[in-house]
Design a protein around this ligand. Structure first.
Ligand code: SF4
Length: 351
């Protein structure tokens, strides 16, 4: 088959494509690749597997350790679900389920991930309908309905199913995903390099870019926070674990509070510390910007020198350069903003 032949020659050499496929490794890579670019995933995937080489190692770890290893990758719910899934798998005997239907019962495993693991690791003929495959399918078939509609998905799935009659299902899925990522791209399909060009109705139409239909972009939600950054006499930073809320749960960051219009960030930050730790007057640093899913967050770091030695409950003192607890890349931005005001040894710099 031309498509799979093309993939054998032109597919990128990625660590999760090593043969024979290990179902646990396929699961880890697919979950990491949700919402994160391939080049960012590659080094983190290697590191994650060095620390948790198999499902038993992952299930035996604490969720804190898994979140720490996930630090900076974002979308931390993926890490919590992956850890929970490992425990379910180990409780059931230690083998990953081999069908997409069973895989979907695992925490955090949706239709796409289940199909990817079932086809790549176990050879089940189920199509992976991710954005790349839907785009290639919509163009190849010149769909007259939106690719993401129920009918569009059915038509693309039927086409992929036909391809799977002539080649291993995992290979077909992977080749289509690769084609969408590297050749039949969103803005500039490179039809002259495409193994499907001979039969592609989108190419024949002369305007393959018209597929898929453009979706309305969701407006980001804009929020503002204040961050109470307390440094003790040795430059340690006080962090608090975020226990609730829809984002950053389980991660350690300086105490944070949402600012409403008219709120004073310095006063609100000081309120977060009341009764917990003795601090001197707060100093403002330049606000930092951070994006989490559809939220665009502006964070006002307020720096507080503290003579305190004590550690309030639910807080911990860390070296800001090597915190050693699960955290977000937001912490690095806040620490950089603080360093810009006071230099690397923060407390000494705050007058
Ligand atoms: S021929 Fe062009 S439009 Fe058709 S699948 Fe290939 S790259 Fe996409």
């Amino acid at each position: 088959m031309r498509l799979v032949g093309w993939f054998e020659v032109h597919g990128r050499d990625l660590p999760w494509r090593e043969e024979p496929r290990d179902p646990y490794r396929v699961l880890v890579s697919e979950i990491m690749l949700q919402q994160t670019q391939v080049d960012r995933v590659v080094p983190r995937y290697r590191r994650f597997l060095a620390r948790f080489p198999d499902v038993i190692a992952l299930a035996s770890a604490t969720v804190e350790a898994v979140l720490e290893e996930w630090s900076g990758l974002g979308y931390y719910r993926r890490a919590r679900n992956l850890h929970a899934a490992a425990r379910v798998i180990v409780d059931a005997g230690g083998r990953l389920p081999a069908t997409a239907v069973e895989l979907r019962r695992l925490p955090g495993v949706g239709e796409y991930t289940a199909a990817a693991v079932a086809s790549l690791a176990f050879g089940e003929p189920v199509p992976v309908l991710d954005g790349n495959v839907l785009r290639v399918g919509a163009r190849f078939l010149a769909l007259d309905v939106p690719a993401r509609s129920a009918r569009g998905r059915r038509l693309v799935a039927g086409w992929v199913g036909e391809l799977m009659k002539d080649a291993p299902p995992g290979r077909v899925n992977e080749a289509l995903m690769e084609l969408g990522a590297t050749v039949c791209t969103f803005s500039t399909p490179a039809c002259s390099r495409c193994p499907l060009a001979g039969e592609c109705r989108g190419r024949t139409s002369g305007n393959p870019e018209r597929w898929p239909e453009r979706r309305r972009v969701r407006e980001p939600e804009r929020v503002t926070w204040t961050a109470a950054m307390v440094f003790d006499g040795s430059g340690r930073l006080l962090l608090r674990r975020i226990d609730g809320g829809p984002i950053l749960r389980g991660l350690w960051l300086p105490p944070l509070a949402r600012l409403d219009p008219g709120d004073d960030p310095v006063r609100l930050a000081a309120c977060l510390l009341e009764g917990k730790v003795v601090v001197e007057e707060g100093v403002r640093a330049v606000p930092v910007r951070h994006a989490i899913a559809h939220r665009r967050i502006e964070v006002h770091p307020i720096l507080f020198p503290s003579p305190a030695e004590a550690q309030p409950p639910d807080h911990c003192w860390v070296d800001p350069g090597a915190p050693g607890v699960p955290t977000s890349s937001l912490l690095g931005k806040l620490v950089d903003a603080a360093a810009a005001v006071c230099g690397p040894r923060f407390v000494a710099g705050i007058d």
